[in-house]
Ligand binder design. Structure first.
Ligand SMILES: [Zn+2]
Length: 344
């Protein structure tokens, strides 16, 4: 097929994917656009996992490695479409660029992978060793990694290529993520008599100041483990004339290779134990857990409900060992050729 034909099939698939608005949990249309594309290229067999991700396997005539092309098809919302220079769901072309929500993250890469898989099957006529698996993944923006794990269980890949934008540089790893929620409990009182209560916000500000002094570990390639406060909620809200009795603060923690649930939580637990020991914060004892990994709930487009930890499901059992072994095995020639970016 001439190069121009590859390009136009790629561009029109990307535009169609952008036009199929696909917030997390609402990916039905975009999955059907992808299915239609594969059908138009002669592929009829699909697998859909429990979350609704689309899996297409192109098998060679001989046995060999399984290569997984993995790309999520959901996008983050568009809070203010009027502020866009080009409409977010039309896939308009201006100059040499396609504009639209998800064009970079990551419907462009998803289109490239789908077109490449079909072109490869056509050109090789199946005369190759191994399998090429394409996965259009749902729910990535809200539950990073959850659906990808289920796909890996189904196809057991030897190599995974993820199409996330990395500035046209090859990256061989990425930090993981956990959300840690810290809670403080106080005693409510009328704000005209604050001495009769205990202000949970003061307790939280104290904890926040101390948490800022924690330095997470650092990895030579992945960088710092980052522990950043992302939100605070107090209750009652609005707190008209009431000393607040409850505060929750969420922290975003980026995980490095080899970290475990225990090692991530340990410095926070120590700090909170110390605060409680000093007695200044006796009321915190009424809570069952001073912090926990945040939970969230989403309805999938196939109407099932997903209830998961946001962050690793069970890092000490699952993420760390396979992340470590995959990282250790990453010896791509491009990585060897670029030691600045991939120090080993
Ligand atoms: Zn992405």
């Amino acid at each position: 097929m001439p190069v121009q034909a590859y390009a136009s099939s790629l561009i029109s698939l990307c535009q169609n994917l952008i036009r199929a608005k696909s917030l997390s949990g609402q990916e039905e249309e975009v999955i059907s656009v992808l299915k239609n594309y594969f059908v138009s290229r002669g592929i009829q067999t699909f697998t859909t996992d429990e979350y609704g991700s689309l899996i297409v396997t192109v098998r060679g005539k001989e046995k060999g490695p399984v290569i997984l092309f993995d790309g999520h098809v959901d996008t983050v919302p568009v809070p203010d479409p009027d502020s866009w220079t080009h409409p977010p769901f039309e896939g308009r072309i201006h100059g040499n660029r396609i504009y639209g929500r998800g064009s970079s993250d990551m419907k462009g890469a998803v289109s490239a992978m789908a077109v490449a898989a079909c072109d490869f099957l056509e050109a090789s006529r199946g005369n190759f060793a191994g399998s090429l698996v394409f996965a259009g993944v749902v729910q990535e923006e809200v539950f990073e990694g959850v659906a990808a794990r289920s796909i890996s269980k189904i196809c057991d890949p030897d190599v995974v290529i993820i199409g996330e934008a990395t500035g046209l540089q090859l990256n061989i790893g990425q930090r993981g993520r956990a959300e840690i929620q810290v809670e403080t409990l106080g005693v409510p009182a009328h704000s005209a008599n604050p001495e009769k209560g205990f202000n949970a916000v003061y307790l939280m500000t104290d904890a926040i100041r101390k948490i800022r002094e924690i330095t997470p570990p650092r990895h030579p390639v992945l960088g710092p483990g980052i522990l950043e406060l992302t939100d605070i909620k107090s209750s009652p809200y609005p707190g008209a004339s009431v000393v607040p009795e409850y505060v929750s603060a969420t922290y975003d923690r980026r995980l490095l290779v080899g970290e475990t649930l225990e090692s991530v939580l340990q410095p926070l637990q120590e700090l909170i134990d110390n605060m409680m020991k000093k007695g200044a914060v006796a009321v915190i004892e009424t809570t069952t857990a001073p912090f926990y990994l945040a939970m969230a709930k989403q309805t999938l487009y196939n109407v099932r409900e997903l209830n998961r930890h946001r962050g690793p499901t069970d890092p000490h059992k699952e993420s760390a060992p396979w992340a470590e072994s995959a990282y250790g095995k990453a010896t791509h020639p491009l990585a060897a050729a670029n030691p600045r970016r991939f120090p080993r």
